[in-house]
Design a protein around this ligand. Structure first.
Ligand code: AMP
Length: 282
């Protein structure tokens, strides 16, 4: 595995691979890798969409709000390097913040509307930071295919919109959520949870399971589904709901009744840690 830090070295590597007829699959991450991240690499390979894989590790400052966890976000490059190598990554891109955002940088990319709902209500500048950095990364890496996790479904749908709107020459794929044995969606932020919070954290996936079971029994009303989810989560002492949303996957607008391609998503504070989870009904 080659480690590349400079943006121009990354681009040069990709262009050499392309010249040799290779297809490049790209997995952007913020590091502190867990099996959820590594599953994205497998997903790209299994789909047969690429012959070379690039992973980036970059804790992107512009997607954190002023009072968020940018400083304390878990980082361990040595550990990540080993895990990436074991996962069979060909190139690990590990840029410096000053390179990604040089002193006079002024350009942001924003998908209007979709970034202001759901997670965008409590994190109003988050998705602008995500779309900006993903745009930069795609321009630097020039992959044929980029893989994102359903764990961040709103992020994926916004990136897909951006790629389509800007005619970006890349295929974007969404890989399924990888969960702990009890159902908690894997996340680098799970390390913040103390043992009691860790127990309560399972209420997110349990609430989604409750909604899914109700839908299987014919329930379609969004309010009845969200009420049942809310009731379940509120039984957990350390849980405080940020939002529960049932929306159309195309535009993230709320829907009154479940329809084909609905996203049920939620964000819940467990103690001070904000966790997200979702299911897509299709
Ligand atoms: P992050 O490092 O949190 O920015 O995540 C990098 C990528 O990994 C994003 O596309 C996430 O959606 C994806 N990801 C994070 N956690 C999971 C998970 N539990 N299952 C699947 N994908 C995930």
């Amino acid at each position: 595995m080659i480690i590349l830090q400079r943006t121009e070295d990354m681009t040069q590597w990709s262009r050499e691979q392309r010249a040799r007829g290779k297809r490049i699959g790209f997995v952007p991450t913020m590091g502190f890798l867990h099996p959820g991240h590594l599953s994205l690499v497998e997903f790209a390979k299994i789909q047969g969409r690429c012959s070379q894989t690039v992973m980036s590790i970059f804790v992107n400052p512009t997607q954190f709000g002023p009072n968020e966890d940018f400083e304390k976000y878990p980082r361990d490059f040595e550990r990540d390097r080993k895990l990436a190598e074991q996962a069979g990554i060909d190139a690990l891109f590990y840029p410096a913040a000053d390179d990604m955002y040089e002193k006079f940088a002024r350009t942001f990319v924003e998908v209007e509307g979709m970034g202001k709902v759901m997670c965008g209500v409590t994190r109003p500048t988050h998705f602008r930071g995500v779309t900006t950095v993903v745009n930069k990364l795609l321009n630097i890496v020039e992959p044929h295919v980029a893989v994102f996790g359903q764990k961040d479904a709103q992020q994926f749908l916004i990136i897909k919109r951006m790629v389509q709107d800007l005619f970006m020459p890349v295929e974007v794929l969404m890989a399924p959520i990888v969960r702990e044995n009890d159902g908690l969606a894997m996340s680098s932020r799970n390390v913040y949870l103390n043992p009691n919070e860790r127990k309560d954290a399972v209420c997110l996936s349990q609430a989604l399971n409750i909604a899914q079971a109700m839908i299987a029994h014919g329930e379609t009303h969004s309010t009845r589904l969200t009420d049942a989810m809310r009731m379940h989560i509120e039984k957990h002492a350390s849980a405080r709901i940020d939002y529960i949303a049932i929306v159309d996957t195309e535009n993230l607008l709320p829907i009154l009744q479940i329809q084909k391609s609905s996203l049920i998503a939620l964000a819940v504070y467990i103690g001070k840690t904000r966790l997200i989870d979702n299911i897509i009904i299709s």
